[in-house]
Design a protein around this ligand. Structure first.
Ligand code: SF4
Length: 464
């Protein structure tokens, strides 16, 4: 789930808006329909009246994928076309959440099977299709929803294919609620609210304008779109609204009376199947951001700490961030560990920031200024000059003598011990749970060397 910067009040109570005003305005091209739909979604969510931490927004790739960061809800952003699968997983794990998918017409093609399966299974999620008839972010290529004859970057002589009717497809496959309208519809809020209130799979196909590509390529306009909707042969308004058993509840009732699983399901950030074996002195929630580079095993190191926390009877969450490239660029892990269940997993500004590489320092450059008194920054000594003004205390560490694959875990373990997050025994036990023995060996070595990070390496002798 992505980082959110909402206040505790916004996370806990019904709010006047689910948008984060400090992040607005939206980044879309002038006239783009996305903003209309997001505003309508906000109003529908407010009317729904659920606190932000009971709502999860899952975004697909494309311009629509930029949307979740403007809401103070939970968020998940993943691979192109797979948003419905992530939403399905979230809904099955946490059936009490309101789960909303924001997807473009491009994602509907890439993830068409997922849409059909979710409708067929009647998973209780709401899918809003931001349907502007082309891939906007990548330059206006045609999608499965592009109308016949349309000019796009990939159909310069006019689209020869017939568009898929995504609404009819969802309806015929068993969705509980399906509707089609445009982003200009004054009743859009109400339709979204109805979809959100549906106990089952809901899909809204919302036609809108991509002013960067589809509009200029096709001399398109709001009027033309409304005329096209009327003459397309595709139904508009509410196509389907019916009662069908919702999947998460069907599974829950089917599992009643079934033999108990040997592994408890994950809940509230406590990893299923891990029995606490150690004591923790931690009295309150602490957050930690580990900022390093690809190849430093940053995420593995964070997982070792998170697992050690669970072994110590704590709750833990981990969120990773890295670029699409492999073995290059930044690698960031955000951890939350707490003696209480973790409702909000976001880390607007961590209690502890650990910087191991220039790549991580660059991506987290804005954090030090947001960190308050009593927080701490541990920084690789050669990067200390990259930490800007901060009220956090700054402490250097020395990882020169450690290999690149060992530094992140050694430093994280040393910091975790110093900060009283978990014990060395819990860290060792966590490493023992690593399934790949060669990796576990490397990790054990890193743990053994953790205390060396507080001592400057001796200058190398000159050979004469
Ligand atoms: S490229 Fe198209 S879809 Fe993307 S922001 Fe611009 S107008 Fe909107």
């Amino acid at each position: 789930m992505a980082t959110r910067i909402g206040s505790d009040e916004q996370m806990q109570a019904p709010a006047a808006t689910m948008l984060d005003p400090s992040r607005l305005p939206y980044p879309f091209c002038p006239g783009c329909g996305h903003g209309h739909i997001l505003d309508a979604l906000d109003r529908a969510l407010v009317r729904l009246g659920r606190p932000a931490h009971e709502v999860a927004i899952v975004t697909d790739i494309g311009c629509v994928g930029l949307s979740d960061q403007y809401f103070v809800t939970h968020a998940f952003h993943g691979l192109h076309g797979r948003a419905v699968t992530y939403a399905t997983g979230i809904k099955l794990a946490r059936p009490e959440l309101t789960v909303v998918v924001l997807i473009g017409d491009g994602g509907c093609g890439i993830g068409g099977h997922h849409l059909i399966s979710a409708a067929r299974r009647n998973v209780g999620v709401t899918v809003l299709v931001f349907d502007n008839f082309n891939f906007g972010m990548t330059g206006g290529q045609h999608s499965v929803l592009t109308p016949s004859g349309s000019i796009t970057a990939t159909t310069p002589a006019g689209n020869l294919e017939a568009p898929m009717d995504v609404a009819a497809t969802a309806a015929v496959n068993g969705a509980s609620f399906v509707a089609r309208t445009t982003a200009f519809d004054p009743g859009l809020d109400a339709l979204i609210y109805e979809a959100l209130s549906t106990d089952g799979f809901a899909l809204l196909d919302i036609w809108e304008l991509c002013t960067a590509y589809f509009v200029p390529n096709n001399r398109f306009s709001r009027k033309a779109m409304e005329a096209m909707l009327a003459s397309s042969g595709m139904a508009s308004g509410v196509l389907v609204h019916r009662q069908r058993p919702e999947l998460a509840r069907t599974l829950a009732s089917a599992s009643q009376g079934a033999p108990a699983s040997r592994v408890a399901p994950a809940a509230g950030g406590r990893a299923g199947g891990i029995e606490p074996r150690f004591q923790s002195r931690l009295e309150r929630r602490r957050s930690l951001t580990l900022a390093g580079a690809a190849g430093e095993k940053v995420r593995s190191a964070a997982t070792v700490l998170a697992r050690a926390a669970v072994l110590s009877g704590l709750y833990a969450t981990q969120r990773d961030d890295y670029p699409v490239t492999v073995m290059t660029g930044h690698s960031i892990s955000e951890l939350v560990v707490s003696p209480e269940p973790i409702g909000y997993t976001g880390v607007p500004a961590p209690d502890i920031l650990v910087v191991t590489a220039p790549e991580g320092a660059g991506v987290t450059a804005s954090l030090p200024s947001r960190m308050g008194p009593g927080t701490r920054i541990y920084v690789e000594h050669s990067l200390a000059g990259r930490i800007g003004a901060t009220r956090a205390s700054v402490e250097p560490f020395y990882a020169d003598r450690l290999g690149k694959r060992a530094a992140a875990l050694a430093v994280l373990a040393a910091v975790a011990e110093r900060e009283g997050l978990v014990s060395a025994e819990a860290l060792r036990a966590s490493v023992d749970m690593e399934s790949r023995e060669t990796v576990a060996q490397e990790m054990r070595q890193a743990l053994e060397e953790r205390q060396t990070v507080w001592e400057p390496a001796a200058p190398s002798r000159k050979v004469t």
